[in-house]
Design a protein around this ligand. Structure first.
Ligand SMILES: Cc1ncc(CN)c(N)n1
Length: 223
């Protein structure tokens, strides 16, 4: 018997060009091909540190929604809490990495694409945003990074040794499994969601991909 295609997989296929735009961006290709401009990498590092700080309250809001609104809240809360713990490590890692590259985190102002993305995250923290919509956003945000950085570690990649640790941070197997757990929660929620919530979740999936493309563009010299 053929396995049923899940909602998240259907969207990935339906929107594959935009999905590839987010996970195979020139910034990522530059790392993978070994010709990344290090100043673009440093821009990304500083801007992503600011993004991650704004991401924490968003994840906290998803955790609250899971606790209040899920039939399997014990499992969901544990998965999301694992994500929060990883973010705690991520913040320490950004500080260490910034000092290694001579990036002054205290002097950085968020660029336009980053501000817009953070505003979008903040809008998703509203109690009016359904848990299903929020968990879809969370899943796709994490998965874009997982797939992007895993691409830089595949056979045949020429990722510079000094960037391998960065790629490992999101491209490792444990992070992939965590993203899969988020995807399973998203699909379980979508299976029982109304058409209206499914449409909102699909629109959110697309918005996140667009914000991710803009984020990479910014690091690559965009605004
Ligand atoms: C922009 C962006 N998107 C996703 C991630 C993965 N937490 C991140 N650090 N930054």
């Amino acid at each position: 018997m053929e396995a049923k295609i899940t909602a998240t997989e259907t969207w990935r296929r339906k929107h594959r060009l935009l999905h590839a735009g987010a996970t195979r961006h020139p910034f990522i290709r530059g790392i993978r091909d070994g010709n990344i401009d290090i100043s673009a990498f440093k821009t990304w590092l500083g801007q992503d540190y600011m993004f991650v700080r704004a991401f924490v309250p968003f994840v906290a809001s998803v955790l609250t929604k899971a606790w209040k609104g899920s039939n399997d809240s014990d499992n969901d809360v544990e998965v999301i809490l694992g994500g929060m713990a990883a973010l705690n490590d991520e913040i320490s890692w950004f500080k260490k990495e910034a000092s290694k590259w001579g990036v002054q985190l205290s002097n950085i102002a968020p660029q336009k694409a980053n501000q817009e993305y953070c505003r979008f995250l903040e809008s998703l923290t509203s109690p009016e945003v359904e848990y299903t919509v929020a968990i879809v956003a969370f899943w796709v945000i994490e998965t874009v990074y997982q797939e992007s950085f895993a691409h830089c570690l595949e056979d045949g990649s020429k990722t510079p040794p000094e960037l391998k640790e960065t790629c490992q941070r999101w491209g490792n197997e444990g992070f992939r499994e965590y993203c899969n757990s988020l995807g399973k929660i998203a699909d379980r929620q979508l299976e029982k969601a109304s058409d209206d919530v499914i449409s909102k979740a699909e629109a959110t999936f697309l918005q996140v991909l667009e914000y991710e493309v803009n984020f990479w563009n910014m690091s690559h010299g965009g605004t």
